[in-house]
Design a protein around this ligand. Structure first.
Ligand code: SAH
Length: 237
């Protein structure tokens, strides 16, 4: 890989190794399967997807991309881990979802190729795996058309998120494999907001995501102390 690419090879390797497990709803990616209806409904409630050209940045095995393709005009999923993309493509084929395409390309490179090319851009659970998240945010801002929406989700960085997302999720509840997340790379909402502002994106909505290990349910509310989502908009031209 080109040394100037904004990616951590160890991170990409981690996701490639688990690629064959991506669509096992009870496997390592169970949390992504479980939160998918929730985030999809939130996104589509803000930016209805019918007739829209959608980009999913850091799409992995395509859990969100494929779901969005069921209502959008077309979805492009990009990632820099090759194996998850192959799994995503195969799954779409088997599911008969023909309007989703997957490509191994960085957000920054695609922004050169297709500036303002998308109505809606999503970048979920990805920024906390990247060396320079602000560069990805800036690329997303360039990829969306004026007036279009960009959605992010990531993990907050504070003592509670260490307790919940690392100790709780990886060690106690074993919701995620150990080493999935590096707490030091988590991003405070204020930091993500600053990156959005610098990229020219207006922050419109913020939500927190919670999990109850007893009921095994997820929901959205105002508490952004651990998982959170941003809906941002590029100002209309
Ligand atoms: N967005 C998907 C997958 C989240 S897992 C979902 O929410 O369902 C994180 C993904 O980010 C993995 O697929 C990993 O390969 C990808 N990723 C990590 N670093 C990346 C980078 N620099 N560029 C693109 N994708 C990256």
């Amino acid at each position: 890989m080109n040394a100037t690419v904004n990616a951590d090879p160890a991170e990409l390797e981690k996701f490639s190794e688990l690629a064959h497990r991506w669509w096992d709803a009870d496997g390592e990616f169970r949390p992504l399967h479980q939160i998918n209806p929730l985030r999809l409904a939130w996104i589509a409630g803000i930016a209805p997807l019918a007739g829209r050209e959608v980009l999913d940045v850091g799409c992995g095995g395509g859990i969100l991309a494929e779901a969005m393709a069921r209502s959008a005009e077309r979805v492009t999923g990009i990632d820099l881990a090759g194996k998850p993309l192959k799994v995503a493509q195969l799954h779409a084929l088997e599911a008969g979802v023909a309007n989703v395409t997957y490509r191994e390309i960085s957000a920054e490179a695609l922004a050169e190729e297709r500036p303002a090319g998308f109505d809606v851009v999503t970048c979920m659970e990805m920024l906390e795996h990247v060396p320079d998240p602000a560069s990805v945010v800036a690329a997303c801002a360039r990829l969306v058309r004026p007036g279009g929406w960009v959605f992010f989700s990531t993990l907050n960085r504070n003592p509670k998120s260490f307790a919940f997302a690392i100790v709780g999720a990886e060690y106690l509840l074993k919701l995620l494999p150990r080493g999935t997340h590096d707490w030091a790379k988590f991003i405070r909402p204020g930091e993500l907001a600053a990156a959005c502002r610098a990229a020219g994106l207006d922050l419109r909505h913020t939500r927190g995501m919670q999990y109850n290990p007893l009921t095994r349910r997820y929901w959205l509310d105002a508490d952004t102390s651990v998982n959170y989502l941003f809906a941002t908009q590029r100002p209309a031209a």
